[in-house]
Design a protein around this ligand. Structure first.
Ligand code: SF4
Ligand code: SF4
Length: 342
């Protein structure tokens, strides 16, 4: 696929044309933080963001999503995906999307997720500012992002736009792009290499060593209980995580008692009731009642259980969990350092 260049002066026109052609989502400021939101004007786009509060998965797997609406014996599906562009996704969030793609398609294809995913053109962008608790440079660098359609890099005088799929190529006609020179292409490569040196936190252990040690620490109950001593079981570390994908499904009935909707909601394995069995002989039993058990489960999922399916850990080093945790106990760098030393 092609590598193109667009001048700073023409970039606003490109984003304006995209907004006119279909819904465009990208990082926008929300008070002192950033979120992925729908762009109304090109000025709202903040490619200089460090990290967003929630990851971009919310566009494909919303926090609350009606699956089916019913009325007596009649029912209808609710999948109504829109053609859209998602601009400005950092590479660690692309890696997380790649993982979610695998997890939602490996056995029973999740049509809700895939329908939204397939109608979206994802344009990644280089990291211009590093979030203070991030460690994306050091966690599984061998796992490369691949689920994006184009990659945008800020260089002197404009942006280098690398189209990686026909969908990414198709956006070129919306802007005044020219073929990138060799010097511009090299500059973009250097920008993306140099930012790795500016990542504030570092995971000093490779993924295989971590997987082996975390698995081997499963029975160290006291260690996990100690980590979780101050845990509120609020689930924030799950909620902000780009690779968490657990959900709950609930039916809500209207007052007529014959119509309603089946809705899925994000769930969180750190919350106390997550592992309560709802039906059958074991109904009411909570098989992860202790905070330490739930804390351990999160690290088992991130560092061990999912590795084989995903080809690496289910953590991309965004640092959102570290920032979201009120008592600052969720940081994978610190927890894994302590597990490796135990
Ligand atoms: S575990 Fe934390 S650092 Fe890793 S991907 Fe999830 S939120 Fe980001
Ligand atoms: S964010 Fe912190 S306090 Fe809340 S569940 Fe996670 S580890 Fe516990």
């Amino acid at each position: 696929m092609s590598v193109s260049f667009i001048k700073d002066n023409d970039f606003k026109g490109f984003v304006t044309a995209l907004i006119k052609s279909k819904p465009v989502y990208g990082p926008v400021a929300k008070r002192s933080k950033f979120v992925f939101g729908r762009l109304e004007t090109p000025e709202e786009l903040r490619l200089d963001y460090d990290v967003t509060l929630l990851p971009p998965k919310k566009l494909f797997f919303p926090t609350a999503q009606d699956l089916v609406r019913f009325d007596g014996n009649r029912y209808e599906g609710c999948i109504k995906p829109e053609e859209k562009v998602l601009l400005g996704v950092h590479f660690y969030d692309v890696k997380a999307l790649d993982m979610t793609d695998v997890l939602f398609t490996e056995k029973n294809l999740d049509w809700n997720y895939m329908a939204h995913r397939e109608c979206t053109t994802v344009v990644a962008s280089n990291i211009q500012a590093a979030a203070p608790r991030s460690f994306w440079a050091s966690i599984a660098p061998e796992v490369k992002p691949k689920g994006h359609d184009a990659f945008l890099t800020k260089v002197a005088g404009g942006y280098v736009y690398e189209a990686r799929t026909p969908k990414g190529e198709a956006l070129l006609k919306q802007g005044s792009f020219a073929k990138a020179s060799d010097a511009q292409t090299k500059e973009a490569q250097k920008v993306n290499e140099d930012v790795l040196k500016k990542c504030p936190e570092t995971l000093r252990h490779d993924a295989k060593a971590v997987a082996s040690k975390v698995r081997g620490s499963f029975k160290k109950e006291e260690l996990w209980a100690k980590f979780a001593e101050d845990c509120f079981s609020c689930g924030s570390c799950n909620t902000v995580c780009p690779t968490c994908y657990c959900f709950d499904v609930q039916d809500a009935w209207n007052v007529d008692q014959k119509s309603g909707a089946r809705t899925r909601y994000w769930d969180a394995c750190l919350t106390e009731e997550f592992a309560v069995i709802s039906h059958g002989a074991g109904a009411g039993h909570n098989f992860r009642k202790q905070r330490g058990d739930r804390f351990r489960h999160r690290f088992m999922r991130k560092s061990v259980y999912l590795n084989e399916k995903l080809g690496g850990p289910a953590c991309v080093g965004c640092g959102r969990c570290s920032t979201a945790c009120t008592v600052d106990i969720a940081d994978p760098v610190r927890v894994l350092d302590a597990v490796m030393a135990a």
